[in-house]
Design a protein around this ligand. Structure first.
Ligand SMILES: CC(C)(COP(=O)(O)OP(=O)(O)OC[C@H]1O[C@@H](n2cnc3c(N)ncnc32)[C@H](O)[C@@H]1OP(=O)(O)O)[C@@H](O)C(=O)NCCC(=O)NCCS
Length: 186
């Protein structure tokens, strides 16, 4: 069997997902880290923004896969991406990812990125983002995921803030769609 066939067959029979079983934020929390090398940076030693963005997309997807228990999740939206400080060759960049909100098929993962200078041990927050994933079934159609259930008051606060963000996002999307339609009728 060639490696691609092996990959395709790996998830041929997916285990059933219990959609009545809520999962906490702690259940899927994940950190990914990597030392920054020459290929990650420009000639001044500053790490490229695209390198950080790729790390974020890969790391946040881990959280979405763990929560949904589905191997196929796609990035539907990067809600925002703030670069707060530079990272340099030799820094260890860590992407801290936490599930913030779960809809029917979509999941918002909150991301904070830090860079650590291994000599001085200084840790700087260098970026933050919210990334939204959608879980897909075997036919690559959006599929329902287990609910997110707060395990404590702090988790409840995180979920509530994300719920408000989602409502705000949907309102803006609706307004933009309406404005676009109006512009097209002129
Ligand atoms: C994301 C995608 C699967 C959504 O498909 P769709 O037919 O629009 O799905 P639906 O309208 O049924 O929406 C499904 C969910 O996704 C959410 N969603 C869809 N597009 C979204 C967007 N741009 N931003 C935020 N959420 C989005 C919906 O709100 C809905 O959430 P809910 O089920 O939690 O209420 C589809 O647009 C797609 O395949 N996009 C390309 C993904 C991709 O290739 N990413 C890059 C590589 S991984």
């Amino acid at each position: 069997m060639n490696p691609f066939e092996k990959l395709m067959n790996r998830y041929r029979d997916l285990p059933p997902v219990d959609l009545t079983q809520g999962r906490s934020i702690a259940y899927s929390r994940s950190n990914t880290r990597r030392i920054m090398e020459l290929m990650d940076a420009n000639s001044q030693g500053n790490v490229h923004g695209g390198v950080i963005m790729r790390m974020v997309d890969e790391a946040a997807a881990v959280v979405a896969i763990k929560h949904s228990q589905r191997p196929y999740v796609v990035t539907a939206r990067v809600e925002r991406f703030d670069f707060l400080a530079p990272a340099f060759i030799g820094d260890v960049v860590t992407v801290h990812c936490t599930m913030h909100y779960v809809g029917r098929t979509s999941m918002e993962v909150g991301v904070e990125v830090t860079a650590e200078d291994l000599i001085t041990r200084e840790i700087r927050k260098i970026a933050s983002s919210y990334v939204i994933y959608v879980a897909l079934d075997e036919q690559r159609k959006p599929t329902q995921v287990p609910p997110l259930v707060a395990a404590d008051a702090e988790e409840a606060r995180i979920i509530e803030r994300a719920r408000l963000r989602r409502a705000h996002r949907q309102k803006i999307d609706d307004e933009l769609r309406r404005a676009q339609k109006e512009a097209e009728t002129f």
